[in-house]
Design a protein around this ligand. Structure first.
Ligand SMILES: Nc1nc2c(ncn2[C@@H]2O[C@H](COP(=O)(O)OP(=O)(O)OP(=O)(O)O)[C@@H](O)[C@H]2O)c(=O)[nH]1
Ligand SMILES: [Mg+2]
Length: 300
């Protein structure tokens, strides 16, 4: 029998390239929030995959971008620190890129600094022609000695096993660090907060979603009249301006109701029990530059 292997694998890339979509695909559970907006992921999130002969611990990271405030700086710090703490890196890029841009250059510099073992993953390949893909592989291969290059579409499950097989090849013998029932390092409370934030991100536009954070005040498990398990959850959505608060609540409270409904349905599905969700909206100006709040997003 072959020896059991394990290792930490960081997923790094520019914002919006599909890192969280990929970790969810690989883990087979909803580990990380996904949205068609930049800067969705704010901290490092672990997702655990147990295979017959290995345990792979993935670390999803905030996308690399140009920082505008303290939160952005902390996010980027978290991503680059995660690389150093991992045994292998998955560098994710978008097939639609025309060249190696500034953000990717910064990532490549960090990989070179530590001579990180790295697999290049090219995502969203269904959006481009084969010639463009080959050209991109050539461009990036000039920049770094990758262990492998794998073109994928993270929306399609067919690529999952290929990626996991390739990763396993590069892992060293080691123990299972987590119990096999665990699939993430996040608490139930954090998962619920992220679900609510994801729905707000998806439904809101412009700069409103970027100034949001969600905090759950109360989360109590009880039995309802039919003797079913039910979670009573009370959450506050914080935003940076009074005008944003109005948008998040919406006319007659419609927007807040939509966010709450989508979040409730997903939390119920993911936790397999009923949820009674109450949400409030509050303004907290300048929190994006407030160290005591932003420190929550630092690498633990
Ligand atoms: N067309 C296409 N879209 C994809 C694919 N993979 C992910 N996406 C979409 O890309 C968008 C961003 O996905 P995320 O997984 O949130 O990206 P991310 O890299 O985690 O972004 P940040 O957390 O902001 O760094 C979402 O709308 C996804 O549905 C793909 O293979 N093809
Ligand atoms: Mg993400």
């Amino acid at each position: 029998m072959s020896e059991f292997k394990s290792g930490f694998v960081t997923i790094i890339g520019r914002t919006n390239v599909g890192k969280s979509t990929l970790i969810n695909l690989l883990v087979g559970e909803k580990v990380a929030a996904i949205a068609n907006k930049v800067q969705t992921t704010r901290t490092a999130i672990k997702g655990i995959v147990n295979r017959e002969n290995s345990q792979i611990i993935f670390i999803d990271t905030p996308g690399i971008h140009k920082p505008k405030h303290k939160l952005n700086e902390t996010m980027i710090e978290t991503s680059f620190s995660s690389i150093k703490e991992s045994d292998l890196t998955l560098f994710l890029i978008e097939a639609t890129s025309k060249e190696v841009g500034k953000g990717d250059m910064r990532i490549l510099e960090k990989l070179k600094e530590t001579n990180q073992k790295t697999i290049l993953i090219i995502n969203k390949i269904e959006l481009v022609k084969k010639e463009a893909l080959l050209q991109l592989i050539e461009e990036y291969s000039k920049q770094y000695q990758f262990e492998a290059v794998i073109p994928i579409s993270a929306l399609k499950p067919q690529y999952k096993e290929t990626i996991l097989d390739e990763i396993e090849k590069h892992l060293k013998p080691g123990p299972a660090y987590y119990d096999i029932e665990e699939y993430t390092d996040q608490t139930v409370r954090q998962l619920a907060e992220e679900t609510i934030r994801e729905k707000a991100l998806t439904l809101l536009q412009d700069e409103v979603p970027h100034g949001i954070y969600v905090e759950i005040q109360k989360m109590n498990l009880r039995k309802n009249k039919q003797n079913q398990d039910i979670y009573d959850i009370e959450a506050t959505i914080y935003c940076i301006k009074e005008s944003h608060k109005g948008i998040i609540i919406g006319k007659n409270g419609e927007m807040l109701k939509r966010i709450g409904k989508l979040a409730r349905i997903e939390i119920e599905e993911n936790f397999g029990l009923k949820v009674n969700l109450k949400t409030w909206v509050k303004v907290k100006e300048n929190w994006l530059d407030n160290p005591s709040i932003v420190n929550k997003f630092k690498l633990k």
